[in-house]
Design a protein around this ligand. Structure first.
Ligand code: FAD
Ligand code: SIN
Length: 523
């Protein structure tokens, strides 16, 4: 089927949903179509725990938040972008408060500002340990009330339609009918999140397979800094826990990392010890595990905070761990690092603008220069929110210049239903294991080169499937994750140094001149 709309928004995390709200407010009478791969709430946003960073009290200052962000980003942040986003944070947080978010307050009735790794002040606004869930629920509630929006769940974007570096819309797979629709729009906005599923162990939900980044790359957009994949240090280690996150805020409130013999180790790695930036803590845990041969280390909150404090501050984590028979008020929590956040992505301004006309990218899929080579904790929800507002403001000034243009219907080719689903699952598993083992927290030239060789074989097989079999969600995701994995490896191979979240043992030092890596499809 053919659809026409003013704005096609792909994704329903914080950036996609808040864009829908801001567009409805700032650009009168526009028609919006928001599509999302599964149910509306499913996104990384929904799973966010720690909160949103924002300068909120008089002890803190924009300058301190800027400096903390620049230090974490290790030479690769765009300082203008950093200042811009951080200065705009209080206005955007007030928008959330106006929508009805109840950030947790302390006994004095003031917002309870949390602290996380790399932050020099308490500045994390949160809703206990379920910030993302609250944000997502409030945004959904308000988006559903809009009368200018059509929402389609279980619709999966397959490809953009771009001609002469102008985007006219996208091909979208309706999963129930298995039909591929042609959606023409004045502007298409990718709010598709990161790519955690390229790794075997990730904190991300299953839908996060780098689709937006891969689609934009295929369309000719510039991609940057993919080698900087951030690993979160503390993910619950349990065979059935499916990478459940234990928020960094817990270390902000005194929890300490210990090896399985009970020894603290972070003082051997960084003066900020357990509250060092994420890349350092993740590498320290990785080094401890490699040295000891153990499978996990512990996070100990029980020895430092009483039971009431723990249950009040971390109700979600407390309940979840109890499901696995771990009482965090009494016991140590087994944890390992897991892939968490894509610091690179599609090169975009903070308003989402890209090199391709009428294609905008916001949120985790974008690389705006805010995070550099390592994202500061709780800066991501903030970026999504600010970019959504800036994107809507851009359209409020330029809507009259945008036009809808038809484009050809999807060509099914000689696609037949696949009776070989096992090949797809096998490729998924192999790629994710390869990325975990060869392109993980500590890399080497040899492992990266071998990984690239293997990825070339996978790409060939996956392309064959894509062009010869019926397009289905699993295959779309596999194609995208293999593309992002390959691009990530190529970015990593081009970096002859270690910086931020990228550590290569053959090039352990930082080069004097900091540079971003860029990658673009050769035509
Ligand atoms: P997402 O929230 O990931 O949403 C992406 C959307 O795109 C989804 O709706 C998905 O269905 C849709 N989509 C993807 N591909 C397609 C496709 N092909 N077709 C249709 N739809 C598609 N950051 C913080 O700042 N603070 C925190 O406390 C915090 N905690 C976190 C905890 C966890 C467990 C995780 C995983 C991340 C956390 N982060 C945190 C990071 C932050 O949550 C994400 O970076 C942020 O939510 C990304 O928002 P987004 O809108 O860009 O994408
Ligand atoms: C956390 O709560 O530890 C995650 C915060 C983030 O990813 O910014």
């Amino acid at each position: 089927m053919k659809f026409k709309t003013d704005f096609l928004i792909i994704g329903s995390g914080i950036s996609g949903l808040s864009l829908a709200l801001y567009l409805s407010k700032l650009v009168p009478k526009v028609k919006l179509l928001l599509i999302t791969k599964e149910s509306l709430h499913e996104s990384s946003t929904y799973h966010a725990q720690g909160g949103i960073a924002c300068v909120w009290n008089n002890n803190d200052s924009f300058e301190k938040h800027v400096q903390d962000t620049l230090i974490a980003g290790d030479g690769l942040c765009n300082e203008t972008v950093v200042r811009n986003i951080i200065n705009k944070a209080p206005d955007r947080i007030n928008d959330l408060i106006d929508l009805g978010i109840n950030f947790t307050r302390n006994e004095n009735g003031e917002y309870d500002l949390g602290k996380e790794g790399g932050h020099s002040e308490r500045r994390i606004l949160h809703v206990n340990d379920q910030t993302g869930q609250s944000v997502e629920q409030i945004l959904i509630e308000h988006v559903k009330k809009l009368n200018n929006i059509e929402i389609r769940e279980n619709w999966c974007a397959v490809n953009l339609y771009v001609k002469n570096l102008k985007c006219h819309g996208a091909y979208i797979l309706e999963q129930d009918s298995e039909e591929i629709h042609n959606i023409a729009a004045k502007a298409t906005i990718l709010a598709t999140g990161g790519a955690g599923k390229i790794y075997l162990y990730t904190t991300n939900p299953d839908i996060i397979s780098g689709d937006g980044i891969a689609m934009a790359y295929r369309a000719g957009a510039m991609i940057s800094n993919l080698e900087f994949y951030q690993f979160h240090p503390t993910c619950l280690y349990h065979p059935y826990a499916k990478s459940f996150l234990i928020t960094e805020a817990m270390r902000g409130e005194g929890a300490i990392l210990k090896d399985i013999r009970g020894n603290e180790f972070m003082e051997n790695y960084h003066p900020q010890k357990d509250l060092a930036p994420r890349d350092i803590v993740s590498r320290a845990i990785d080094a401890e595990l490699k040295k000891s041969g153990d499978d996990y280390v512990y996070l100990d909150i029980a020895s430092y905070r009483d039971s009431t404090f723990i249950k009040d501050h971390y109700p979600g984590i407390y309940e979840k761990c109890l499901e696995f028979n771990i009482d965090i008020t009494k016991e140590l929590i087994p944890i390992v690092p897991a892939a968490h956040y894509c610091c690179g992505g599609v090169v975009a301004g903070i308003d989402g603008s890209t090199e391709i006309k009428n294609l905008f990218v916001i949120g985790e899929a974008a690389c705006t220069g805010f995070h550099g080579s390592n994202r500061l904790a709780s800066n991501s929800l903030l970026e999504g929110l600010v970019s959504a507002y800036e994107c809507a403001s851009y359209f409020s000034k330029h809507i009259s210049e945008l036009k809808i243009k038809d484009f050809p219907e999807w060509e099914p080719g000689n696609a037949v239903p696949s009776s070989e689903a096992v090949v797809i699952t096998q490729n998924w598993d192999e790629i994710r294991t390869l990325m975990q083992n060869f392109v993980g927290i500590v890399r080497s030239d040899m492992r990266l080169k071998r990984a690239l060789k293997r990825m070339n074989i996978f790409s060939e097989e996956i392309d064959y499937y894509y062009w010869n079999y019926k397009v289905e969600k699993n295959l779309v995701e596999l194609r995208n994750l293999s593309m992002v994995a390959e691009l990530l490896i190529r970015c990593a191979l081009s970096r002859k140094e270690s910086r931020g979240t990228h550590f290569n043992q053959n090039h352990p030092h930082k080069l004097e001149l900091a540079r971003n890596s860029y990658i673009k499809r050769p035509w």
